[in-house]
Design a protein around this ligand. Structure first.
Ligand code: XMP
Length: 514
């Protein structure tokens, strides 16, 4: 395992992902973890992430020099690079001169770190201080206009660092630099793949479950589908999946779960048709939080009733385990580490609460979303499920601005299906993180169609790009794709006479409208 020490910036998760892309397993630990504890885990290497802009800033976390006792290779990035330089006796100048964004780095001496790379690299920088002298015994590999020492290495001590961010997309050869450290300097073996994860998890699940019974709530999303497929592979019929059809899904989604998922996995599935019940409770409700509360509450009621039925059908054998599709970012963000029980409830499938009396099985809790997709592919799930965009638990209810009813749901479903079909036809699915289509049900606008005046509703297109939904930007969809979507929706969906595009980033907007 490579430990990525998180100094509090948003880069630690990205670094951990890049390390795994190099086929080396990585985990994130907080910078507050004592160095002895890190070393006790016998990591293959430690990577220090970026963080506050200055080692001189108030309360900037300092680095315990005990980390450099020689037992573990260390790589410093940005702030981690400066903290490393300081702890090892180099010098860091508080210049107050900033270097932000795209910066040219000149290679002075490639060494092991920059071997085989061009003499000038485009890098992504974000720093105020500057390393002006490398620690003794270190070779200076590169320099930039405002970083006299922009990279250094000491291959004998297996230590190296760079001032820039090799983990971000805009840095050229960033992945190569990380791999040079991991493989050539730290000597890590590149053996970690999602194949291993599947085999390992199957073993773990079998041991944990024994001959007990397991239940899983399917939402139609990637995470719960992959988690369920993995558990099914491990214990077969001891698993029952429950799919609550609340009537707030998009066109074809319920069928996809009922037909395609079952076909691909052979899972024992219980479908509960609760559409009328949900629509009944949502009748006339316009407040978004109220909608969420009702849907969450009813979801649990229906799920519990299904569980009681399952127990009855099996003559009283209790269900002891619940499968959840919790992912690694949820674990990191809730401050949990290995084995931690603290899980963000709103990330759980369908928002099931922890006081449901089950022991949790979370086979994906060490994985990032892209890795979950690879595991899903490996388990033979259809691409429509594996590559599905994230979809909120409350479904279309929070994409109808106004009260939710069957007719409005039908209108939105039709418009949404057209937008999805056109994006798929244009081959853009994987460039887009999510593409909500929103019905402004309480707004009317005047239009003209044929010879007549219309008085219909607008729909909003909200395609966004993102890596984790925490921040997002609006997708620059090609005009011809937008045009086809607009023309088809206004022609084919009778009640809609206007299509508008949301060009707000997050922040300040959110991805969903409610
Ligand atoms: P926002 O709109 O806050 O959404 O930018 C961030 C991500 O979360 C999803 N989302 C939800 N998911 N229950 C969920 O399970 C919810 O109530 C909910 N609200 C938003 C949203 O689709 C996006 O992926």
């Amino acid at each position: 395992t490579v430990l990525v020490v998180d100094f509090g910036a948003q880069y630690a998760q990205l670094i951990a992902r890049r390390v795994r892309e190099a086929k080396v397993y990585s985990e994130i630990v907080p910078h507050t973890m004592p160095v002895e504890e890190m070393l006790a885990r016998k990591p293959a290497a430690i990577i220090l992430s970026g963080g506050p802009s200055s080692v001189y800033a108030d309360g900037a976390p300092q680095l315990d020099a005990a980390m450099f006792d020689g037992s573990v290779p260390v790589f410093g990035i940005c702030y981690g690079f400066q903290a490393m330089a300081q702890a090892l006796g180099g010098s860091v100048a508080h210049t107050g001169q900033r270097e932000y964004g795209r910066t040219a780095v000149s290679v002075l001496e490639p060494g092991a770190l920059l071997a085989g790379l061009p003499e000038v690299l485009t890098s992504w920088m974000s720093h105020g201080d500057e390393v002006v002298a490398a620690p003794e015994g270190f070779a200076v590999n590169a320099t930039s206009p405002r970083a006299t020492v922009a990279a250094f290495e000491n291959t004998e001590r297996r230590l190296a660092g760079v001032q820039w961010h090799p983990e971000v997309m805009h840095t050229e050869h960033g992945q190569a630099i990380l791999e040079h450290f991991l493989v050539n300097i730290a000597g890590c073996r590149q053996t970690w793949t999602s194949v291993n994860i599947v085999e390992e998890q199957i073993k773990v699940i079998r041991e944990q479950v024994g001959d007990k019974r397991v239940i899983c709530g399917l939402s139609g999303g990637v995470d719960s589908a992959v988690a369920a497929a993995l558990v099914q592979r491990a214990i077969g019929d001891q698993l029952t999946c429950v799919f609550v059809d609340h009537g707030l899904l998009r066109q074809g989604e319920a069928e996809q779960v009922e037909r395609d998922f079952v076909e691909a996995t052979g899972v024992d599935l219980k479908v509960v048709d609760a559409q009328e019940r949900f629509l009944g409770f949502l009748d006339g409700v316009t407040d978004p939080e109220q909608k969420r509360k009702i849907i969450g509450r009813e979801f649990i009621r229906v799920f519990e009733a299904a569980e009681r039925e399952i127990v009855e059908e099996s003559e009283g054998t209790p269900v002891e385990f619940l499968v959840q599709g919790t992912l690694y970012p949820d674990v990191v963000e809730s401050g949990g580490g290995e084995g931690a029980a603290n899980i963000k409830s709103h990330h759980n499938v369908g928002g099931l609460p922890e006081d449901l009396q089950f022991t949790l099985i979370e086979p994906l809790r060490s994985l990032f979303k892209d890795e979950v997709r690879l595991v899903g592919e490996q388990l033979g799930l259809p691409p429509e499920i594996v590559w599905r965009h994230p979809f909120p638990g409350p479904g279309l209810a929070i994409r109808i601005i106004g009260a939710v009813d069957a007719e409005r749901l039908d209108i939105l479903r039709e418009a949404d299906a057209i937008a999805r079909a056109e994006v798929t036809a244009a081959g853009l699915d994987r460039d887009i993180w999510q593409f909500p289509v929103v019905l402004l049900a309480d707004v009317r606008s005047v239009g003209v169609q044929g010879d007549g005046r219309t008085y219909g509703h607008p729909v909003v297109l909200r395609p966004v790009s993102s890596e984790d939904a925490m921040t997002a930007d609006w997708s620059r969809l090609p005009y011809d794709v937008l045009e086809r979507i607009s023309t088809r929706i206004t022609n084919e969906v009778e009640e809609v006479n206007r299509v508008v595009l949301d060009i707000t980033s997050k922040p300040p907007g959110t991805i969903e409208w409610e």
